[in-house]
Ligand binder design. Structure first.
Ligand SMILES: CCCCCCCCCCC/C=C/C(=O)SCCNC(=O)CCNC(=O)[C@H](O)C(C)(C)COP(=O)(O)OP(=O)(O)OC[C@H]1O[C@@H](n2cnc3c(N)ncnc32)[C@H](O)[C@@H]1OP(=O)(O)O
Length: 295
């Protein structure tokens, strides 16, 4: 197992130029490193060409601008390196990904808010449109943006006793069309409508029933099961597999590509509404209270 490490991704606060390209050195061990500690660990098996990407931004792997930028750059590098497969998982106990960092949307700097949204679009375009075979090894809770990451993948394996879903309406916000399309592609129109309007968080078992996840295995078997499933993908002739995936996803990808700036504007205009800010504030307060009660 070789490790692909990315060194020196400099995430600048200065906008709009966010970061300089990381210099990748090919050697036995190359690390993907971000300014925010090692919040993304990427190992590439040099024999199989399968990368394992572990999200590691405690406490809950929430997706802020810097973290999204790291993920996006890492995905680009893996694609450029012609990796064949990607297993996306978490290094944070009990959490796959808590979705977007709500602090990015609450009382935002409007300039940064837009860059933030573009960086989320980038991650989606790269992950959903990836040529690699992608498997989500969901080893923890996976609300909203976490569910989006998982549903971008070709296959989902989840551990028991967690939750997954697009719960946006519960926060008083709305999942945009490309979140919807991604989920529709996995569970179909009716179930997506039900899930989105009610903001349903499914238990692992419920998620399996509606095929939001493909397989449930014990916690310690999630990554081995993903590695095993990956073998099946890698046995398929590469071009045939990639073209079939492209055939299924191209229209959805193109829809966002063509509407990127409209989507940024819609997000910005929506997020700055007084009613939305009020809802986000109340939700953050609720999370804080819940967290304090545990301590
Ligand atoms: C007209 C149409 C136009 C369209 C326009 C678009 C509109 C906007 C679309 C936006 C799409 C949004 C997508 C999202 O992803 S929103 C984020 C949703 N996420 C959640 O609701 C998850 C909330 N968190 C939880 O449920 C739990 O934290 C979790 C189950 C993940 C873990 O529970 P646990 O008990 O282990 O941990 P705590 O709850 O104690 O949390 C620890 C600390 O982390 C903070 N926290 C949690 N989640 C987030 C988050 N997503 N962002 C920021 N911070 C988060 C939590 O407050 C605790 O902090 P403190 O310890 O400091 O109190």
């Amino acid at each position: 197992m070789a490790t692909l490490w990315t060194r020196g991704i400099q995430v600048c606060r200065a906008l709009p130029r966010l970061c300089t390209a990381p210099s990748v050195q090919r050697r036995t061990s190359v690390r993907l490193m971000s300014t925010e500690k090692d919040n993304l660990l990427v190992d590439v098996d040099s024999k199989t060409g399968v990368a394992t990407m572990q999200m590691n931004r405690p406490p809950v792997n929430s997706l802020n601008l810097e973290f999204l930028t790291s993920i996006s750059i890492a995905l680009e590098k893996l694609e450029n390196e012609k990796c064949r497969g990607l297993i996306l998982t978490s290094d944070v106990p009990k959490i796959f990904c808590a979705g977007l960092d709500i602090l990015e949307m609450y009382q935002p700097d409007v300039e940064r808010l837009q860059v933030f949204w573009r960086s989320l679009q980038d991650v989606w375009l790269r992950l959903y449109g990836s040529k690699m075979a992608t498997i989500a090894a969901i080893n923890g809770h996976s609300p909203a943006g976490g569910c989006l990451l998982a549903t971008c993948c070709d296959y989902r394996i989840m551990a028991p006793n967690y939750t997954i879903g697009l719960n946006e309406t519960q926060l008083g916000i709305v999942a945009p069309f490309w979140f919807r399309d991604t989920m529709c592609g996995v569970i179909g129109h009716r179930e997506t409508e039900h899930a989105l309007t009610l903001g349903i968080m499914y238990s692992t078992e419920e998620a399996l029933n509606i095929k939001l996840v493909d397989k449930v295995v014990p916690q310690d078997k999630v990554i081995p099961a993903a590695q095993e499933k990956m073998k099946q993908y890698l046995k398929i002739p590469e071009v045939a597999r990639q073209l079939s995936k492209d055939l299924m996803r191209r229209e959805t990808v193109e829809k966002l590509r063509l509407r990127r700036e409209d989507d940024v504007a819609a997000f910005k205009n929506f997020a700055v509404r007084e009613s939305v800010q009020k809802s986000l504030g109340m939700y953050l307060e609720m999370l804080k209270k819940k967290s304090q009660q545990k301590k």
